[in-house]
Design a protein around this ligand. Structure first.
Ligand SMILES: NC(=O)c1ccc[n+]([C@@H]2O[C@H](COP(=O)([O-])OP(=O)(O)OC[C@H]3O[C@@H](n4cnc5c(N)ncnc54)[C@H](OP(=O)(O)O)[C@@H]3O)[C@@H](O)[C@H]2O)c1
Length: 281
């Protein structure tokens, strides 16, 4: 199988490169394929591929909130360029990586794929618009809505887990945010789950998160506990984490479709976190 991966230097992109190393891979980076440049996109897509996994995006929620035009340009227009680049060809499967944050903030239980979507931030609005473009124009598509992704190398600034270790290692106390609930999800598990979905030729829109949910506070407490640090993670006072993008109190989901298909390979979030931390400790 020949697989093109956009955003292959991101934390999920690198996990996909590892998972699919037995395939023929075209690992595009922002330098080799800037999705905002339609000519580059057309050149890149002039070869025949079996699958495109579209990971490239502006993923900083607060940056997107303050720069909505940039968010639109990359996450919406960039996605449309890829779709248009495919129009004349035997269409490969297009895998779009999306977010459970797109469901919004209207429910206290975890969201399922049957719930409606009300994007709460500029970032989520751009990801949701991208999803719709894919679903409307490409029959051969798979949309994965995933959760709070972590993983990657310790040098990567987006490595949430290692950043919390660095925050806490010389402190007695740090804050965690109790106002937000989600699914901490290891990038390697998403990659493994995607392999299963490709093997079974599954199409459509599917939640793909590690199982169980946590507040950010509980998540950070678990990170610090598993690093064996002597640092208390305490609930932040209201307003401490005030940021440009509104915080959605609940962006957690369950893998209802994966369960129905009997294909849910996602792991318990605490067990997966423990295994990941052992690799970076
Ligand atoms: N992280 C999460 O918690 C999360 C949750 C749900 C869904 N997702 C989705 O999962 C996907 C992968 O996210 P991730 O966590 O791996 O994010 P990431 O580490 O930020 O990776 C995104 C990649 O996209 C690249 N990129 C940015 N602008 C680009 C452009 N114009 N053209 C080509 N590439 C560009 C970035 O390159 P540079 O670094 O060089 O800018 C980066 O390598 C994204 O679609 C994201 O929306 C992420």
């Amino acid at each position: 199988m020949k697989i093109g991966i956009t955003g292959s230097q991101g934390i999920l992109g690198e996990a996909l490169l590892q998972e699919f190393e037995d395939m023929e891979l075209i690992p595009w980076t922002r330098q080799t394929l800037d999705i905002t440049n339609p000519e580059q996109v057309n050149n890149a897509l002039s070869q025949q591929l079996d699958v495109i996994i579209h990971c490239a995006a502006l993923t900083n929620v607060n940056f997107c909130q303050e720069n909505p035009e940039e968010a639109h340009k990359v996450n919406v227009v960039g996605t449309q360029h890829l779709i248009e680049g495919l129009t004349e060809k035997k269409k490969p499967l297009f895998v779009y990586i999306s977010s459970t944050g797109n469901y919004g903030a209207w429910k206290t239980d975890p969201y399922t794929e049957e719930d409606h979507l009300v994007a709460p931030t500029v970032y989520h609005d751009s990801k949701l618009t991208g999803e719709k473009l894919v679903a409307d124009q490409l029959e051969n598509h798979l949309i994965l809505r995933t959760g709070w992704l972590y993983g990657g190398r310790i040098e990567q600034k987006k490595n949430f887990v290692y950043q919390r270790y660095l925050d806490a290692k010389d402190k007695d106390e740090i804050y965690g945010d109790a106002s937000q609930i989600g699914n901490p999800t290891f990038v390697g598990n998403v990659a493994k789950q995607l392999r299963v979905l490709l093997e079974k030729k599954i199409r459509g829109t599917i939640n793909c998160v590690d199982t169980g949910r946590a507040t950010r506070l509980e998540y950070v407490q678990e990170i610090i506990r598993q690093f064996d640090l002597n640092c208390q993670v305490i609930e932040a006072p209201e307003g401490h984490f005030a940021r440009p993008a509104p915080v959605s109190p609940n962006e957690s989901a369950i893998n209802q479709k994966l369960n129905e298909l009997g294909l849910n390979k996602m792991r318990n979030w605490k067990e997966a976190l423990q295994d990941y931390i052992l690799t970076v400790k």
